[in-house]
Ligand binder design. Structure first.
Ligand code: SF4
Length: 268
């Protein structure tokens, strides 16, 4: 079978930081993520189980059951992968955040959704390309809208939903799975759970059509060229991700992190 790239790897390689992709997937150096990632994993898991229950039984889970699932998933992810910023206080804060946002999703978001499929795996077979794209669509609703849940400490810019590569991959994959013309327009959404003083839900709506799919396929082509040539440029040194807090390669591994700077940006 042809090699495949996961849509999250594609995002890292052609968006976040290409040399981060090299460290992780070419040199196989694994480092723990920030602890906030595990809070997101927990909230995701609670939401997914709630939607699965709705599809199977026609009713939502109790809110406290969703919170319990989210906290267990947070604990399991932290146990398995560790965290760059793990400490008793960070751990307590992240767990509290998991509880708040899982509860927000269960009470404010899930009741308004009509799930048709949850955590749907796909393989986007790209005949003219040397690699395929694989991934998992978080939620497909009965009206065919695709969505993903995001957790954040601040309100998102609306532009983020229009530019998400992840949502373009989902939409193209959905057309392929349904046997529809590949340029069919698909409605997409990001459900942001924002951990402000009073946690709030910010739904961001957009769509994808042929223009976005062409853009996505160019990205796949570029990713393949980068992998074949072995050229993986670093992100801009001013990018928020290029810091000890957000990149596990920053302190000791990456030549473009702390070791390559006379003034480090750990406080980013
Ligand atoms: S330290 Fe900066 S350049 Fe290096 S992998 Fe991390 S984000 Fe990329």
């Amino acid at each position: 079978m042809k090699p495949a790239i996961h849509q999250s790897q594609l995002d890292m390689l052609t968006g976040k930081c290409a040399i981060m992709y090299e460290h992780r997937y070419i040199n196989n150096i694994k480092v723990p993520p920030g602890i906030a990632v595990h809070a997101g994993t927990g909230v995701h898991q609670g939401a997914a189980k709630n939607y699965e229950h709705t599809i199977e039984h026609g009713t939502l889970l109790d809110t406290e059951a969703v919170v319990e699932i989210a906290v267990s998933a947070f604990d399991a992810a932290l146990e398995k992968d560790g965290a760059i910023d793990d400490s008793p206080s960070e751990r307590g804060d992240a767990k509290d955040k998991t509880v708040r946002l899982a509860r927000l999703h269960a009470e404010r978001v899930a009741p308004a959704r009509m799930p048709a499929a949850v955590e749907k795996s796909f393989r986007l077979e790209l005949g003219n390309y040397p690699i395929d794209v694989v991934g998992t669509i978080d939620l497909i609703e009965k009206n065919d809208e695709l969505s993903d849940v995001k957790t954040s400490g601040k309100s998102p810019q609306e532009s983020i939903v229009h530019s998400s590569v992840q949502l373009s991959a989902y939409a193209l994959a959905k057309n392929a799975m349904d046997g529809k013309p590949l340029n069919t327009e698909v409605a997409v959404r990001l459900d942001y759970l924002v951990d402000t003083k009073l946690p709030k839900h910010v739904p961001l709506h957009s769509s994808r059509n042929g223009i976005d799919y062409q853009n996505f396929l160019k990205r796949v082509e570029l990713a393949n060229q980068m992998i074949e040539s072995g050229v993986f440029p670093p992100t801009s040194p001013g990018n928020w991700v290029c810091s000890a807090k957000w990149c596990g390669y920053y302190n000791d591994i990456c030549a473009f992190g702390r070791r390559g700077r006379s003034h480090n940006t750990e406080g980013n």
